[in-house]
Design a protein around this ligand. Structure first.
Ligand code: XMP
Length: 496
């Protein structure tokens, strides 16, 4: 039944994930036996095939740390100065799992209205009160919702309502010791303080509960330095050589050469430079969508290939430049040659659900890179805001005018003109809660997909696809509609 991938993909159509459907196989093992461990690059392995995209509304230190804790990896964007990016890499690498390194802080003369504002934009319902309103300053008290629920004058200073009866733990304490003392204290927060009284981080009861209910997927992704794996994006200009040096100095584990069309003299030169200067560092090149481009970059030294052009949820490249490829076809066509040459493929863009991840991994990708899927989580940069009764976070393309104004136009290689042509848009996505829940749920769904197909691992599915053991079909428009929710009357209260 069904057709082989080579037949479906050899018909001259550009297919997206939604265009195709995989036919089920035979199940003779439980979901738990599915193993999603994989390779990001020639030399870097991951337990979870998930990568967060180098976008300024997706990956900074917190996202990178969370992705690594879940067994994946985050690629910190470079729409910022070199020092700032190097600082974010160091911060992510020294992240202590379970602790909040940047808790909300106010000073005693700040008001309850400012606590309200923090709750709205960050979602934190407690605020530490420190001498100068910053982390690293002397801890004076805590304001939780219980302290302010019934205070009608929101301009009351926090010094008049804060609780000063605090239980704290010493700097450097282990997660186990800190969580035990928080649980027995029956408080909701445990500030970690230096001997001299300055607060350095925080442990929250809600995070301990989350860790209990949604334990991370095994051990974090760790590098040979014993610290968590963190990646960073760079460009291909002269100044990026200095950026690369700074990133290597702070221990970055992998770099991504970030271009919308990666098969260029600029990437080849940067690959050659990096291989000469830092032979130990793995470099991911791209983006590419054809086997010809893939071969070129691999021959130029790429250790991983990033695949996708114009398939991202915020991308307009295909409309603006008429160039790109349907993402399912792009992954399949590049993965064939990449496999022969021993380089893993990252399917970048267009992931909107766990089914898309299954399709990407079966069609030849070793990992998926996600932007919109991870935007709107608690770990994504930026504040929440409310619109039409919904809690949202900003998400924007790195080729949007808004992002380019900050410098990301270097993605669009070699363009020295003053005219900025947007190849992406800005918008917002709904609050998705924490990556710590989203990734475990999503990976469980992906495992169920592999089980339905009858394959226990990504590697086995790649071989199965090549040997024609996985049947594919193209879905008609009606079949796609049937595959989604249909003929259901929504009874959700509409907010407009
Ligand atoms: P998703 O679908 O996960 O896609 O939101 C994220 C990927 O989209 C790419 N990207 C862009 N592509 N214009 C583009 O054509 C843009 O402004 C833009 N910004 C990001 C990028 O590959 C990312 O990983």
């Amino acid at each position: 039944d069904g057709y082989t991938a080579s037949r479906v993909m050899g018909q001259g159509y550009s297919y997206t994930y939604d265009d195709i459907i995989l036919l089920p196989g035979y199940i003779d093992f439980p979901t738990e036996e599915v193993q999603l461990s994989t390779r990001l690059t020639k030399n870097i392995s991951l337990r979870t095939p998930c990568v967060s995209s180098p976008m300024d509304t997706v990956t900074e230190a917190q996202m990178a740390a969370a992705m690594a804790v879940q067994g994946g990896i985050g690629i910190v964007h470079y729409n910022m100065g070199l020092q700032e990016q190097a600082h974010l890499i160091s911060k992510a690498k020294t992240f202590r799992a379970g602790f909040v390194s940047e808790p909300a802080c106010l000073k005693p003369s700040d008001t309850i209205a400012q606590v309200d504002q923090i709750k709205l934009s960050k979602g934190f319902s407690s605020v530490l009160i420190t001498e100068n309103g910053q982390i690293g300053s002397k801890l004076l008290g805590i304001v939780t919702s219980r302290d302010i629920d019934f205070v009608s004058d929101r301009f009351t200073e926090v010094r008049d309502v804060m609780s000063m009866d605090l239980v704290t733990a010493p700097e450097g304490c282990t997660y186990e010791d800190a969580s035990n003392s928080l649980i027995s204290s029956k408080k909701s927060l445990l500030p970690i303080v230096r001997e001299t009284g300055e607060v350095v981080e925080l442990l929250c009861r809600t995070d301990i509960k989350q860790q209990r209910d949604f334990p991370a997927l095994g051990t974090p992704s760790l590098g040979s330095d014993g610290k968590i794996l963190v990646g960073a994006a760079i460009g291909t200009r002269e100044g990026d050589k200095k950026r690369l040096e700074m990133l290597v100095n702070v221990g970055v584990n992998v770099v991504v050469l970030d271009s919308s069309q990666g098969d260029s003299i600029y990437q080849r030169e940067m690959l050659a430079f990096s291989k000469r200067a830092y032979p130990e560092l793995d470099v991911i090149a791209g983006n590419v969508v054809t086997s010809y481009q893939a071969r070129n970059l691999i021959e130029a030294g790429a250790d991983g290939l990033r695949v996708g052009m114009g398939s991202g949820s915020i991308c307009t490249t295909q409309e603006v430049c008429a160039v790109g490829r349907g993402q399912a076809t792009a992954v399949y066509k590049t993965a064939g040659i990449a496999k022969q040459m021993g380089v893993p493929v990252i399917a970048d863009g267009g992931i909107a659900n766990s089914g898309h991840i299954v399709k990407a991994l079966v069609l030849g990708a070793s990992t998926v890179m996600m932007g919109s899927f991870l935007a709107g989580t608690a770990e994504a940069p930026g504040d929440y805001f409310f619109q039409d009764g919904r809690r949202l976070k900003k998400y924007r393309g790195m080729g949007s005018l808004e992002a380019m104004t900050k410098g990301s136009d270097v993605r669009y290689l070699g363009d020295k003109s003053k005219l900025k042509i947007a190849q992406g848009v800005s918008g917002a996505v709904a609050d998705k809660g924490s990556v710590m829940k989203l990734i475990p749920y999503t990976m469980h769904a992906v495992k169920q997909g592999f089980q339905d197909l009858g394959f226990r691992s990504i590697e086995a599915a790649h071989d199965g696809l090549a040997q024609g053991q996985i049947g594919l079909e193209v879905r008609t428009g009606a079949a796609q509609a049937e595959g989604g929710v249909h003929h259901l009357v929504s009874y959700e209260k509409r907010s407009f």
